[in-house]
Design a protein around this ligand. Structure first.
Ligand code: CP
Ligand code: NVA
Length: 337
């Protein structure tokens, strides 16, 4: 079948994209290769409206900048119609169940993106939709972000296998969970550097270790910042409090995670040429409502990363953000073509 020069596995056609737990390393590599190809097409200004006539819907129960815009631009570049439903403007949850919403949207659209709360919600949507469902972030996983992160590591460091990748902060949130799984599958040496009470769940660690045993990677959990950052090729962090968590957790989280801030000392302890990554948005100054409020209440003006590191040459966060679009385009094309 005409694949516009892409060599994508047949098994991706019509598939949901809910967590990388369901994807093989070969399938992930194929999506990364497709994303790199889409990126080159975009850079060259070559049109790639391969999915003209199709329509997708983006269902958001939490706010977003990158994920929403990446899906919208990717969908439009592929020639599709795109509908955005914001948190609050659909009937889902309040007047209509997930199952009913899925069956309605599945009759009209060729695919559904969902961002929201529990992973079970996106799974239920997928069970009833009859069309591919893509997870745009749940409390447990953020799989489209993983593709952007892997592509960025590959671009910046020239490889995935053997890369020493340290994640600092809340290691049991959607980013901590997803990065552990993604790195383990792709042969990176993953370290979660966090207080023990924010370590990922033991069952997930066990699964990740089994993937690492296959790929030649490894999974390490440590509380020790010096050991966790030593010789790392990538230092990665995320916000200390995630969407959907109550404001009341800030105080405890700040106390727990302050030692795990990525700052000049952490970067100096990492490998020469190490890069800094963050899924964004980030609290690296007080130029946001939350940043200003936290500064006033707790007297800290930078949280998970210092402004110095965020703005430094080591920081690849905006390349990473751009890659959301190219990688999401690869997922849309692979599943809908
Ligand atoms: N990284 C990420 O998912 O960003 P948004 O919340 O802006 O979509
Ligand atoms: N852990 C963050 C990720 C945002 C992209 C959150 O869920 O808010």
């Amino acid at each position: 079948m005409n694949d516009n020069g892409f060599a994508l596995p047949e098994a991706l056609r019509g598939r949901h994209f809910l967590t990388l737990l369901d994807y093989s390393p070969e399938e992930i590599h194929a999506l990364l290769d497709a994303a790199a190809r889409f990126k080159a097409l975009k850079r060259a200004g070559e049109p790639h409206r391969y999915l003209t006539g199709k329509n997708i819907v983006l269902l958001f129960e939490k706010t977003s900048t990158r994920t929403r815009c990446a899906f919208e631009v990717a969908g439009m570049d592929l020639g599709m119609g795109v509908t955005y439903l914001d948190p609050g403007s659909s009937q889902m949850g309040k007047k209509e169940s997930i199952a009913d919403t899925a069956r309605v949207l599945g009759r009209m659209y060729d695919g559904i993106e969902y961002r929201g709360f529990g992973q079970e919600r996106v799974e239920e949507l997928a069970r009833y939709a009859g069309v591919p469902v893509w997870n745009g972030l749940t409390d447990q996983f953020h799989p489209t972000q993983m593709l952007a992160d892997l592509l960025t590591v590959e671009e910046k460091l020239g490889r995935l296998k053997g890369v020493r990748f340290t994640y600092m902060g809340d290691a049991r949130n959607n980013m901590g969970n997803s990065l552990m799984v993604a790195c383990a599958k792709m042969g990176l040496h993953f370290t979660a550097c966090a207080p023990t009470e924010l370590f990922p769940a033991p069952e997930l660690v066990e699964k990740a270790r089994a993937f690492a045993a296959e790929s030649g990677g490894s999974v390490t959990l440590t509380e020790d910042v010096e050991a966790g950052t030593r010789d790392a090729d990538v230092l990665y962090t995320d916000v200390w409090v995630s969407m959907g968590e109550p404001e009341a957790v800030w105080e405890k989280r700040i106390a727990l995670l302050r030692p795990y801030q990525i700052n000049a000392a952490a970067m100096a302890n990492a490998a020469p040429g190490a890069i800094f990554m963050h899924c964004l948005p980030s609290f690296h100054d007080t130029k946001t409502e939350t940043g200003a409020k936290i500064a006033e209440k707790y007297g800290i003006t930078e949280m998970e990363v210092t402004d110095e590191v965020f703005e430094s040459e080591r920081s690849v966060v905006f390349d990473e953000a751009e890659n959301r679009m190219h990688t999401i385009k690869a997922v849309l094309y692979a599943t809908l073509r």
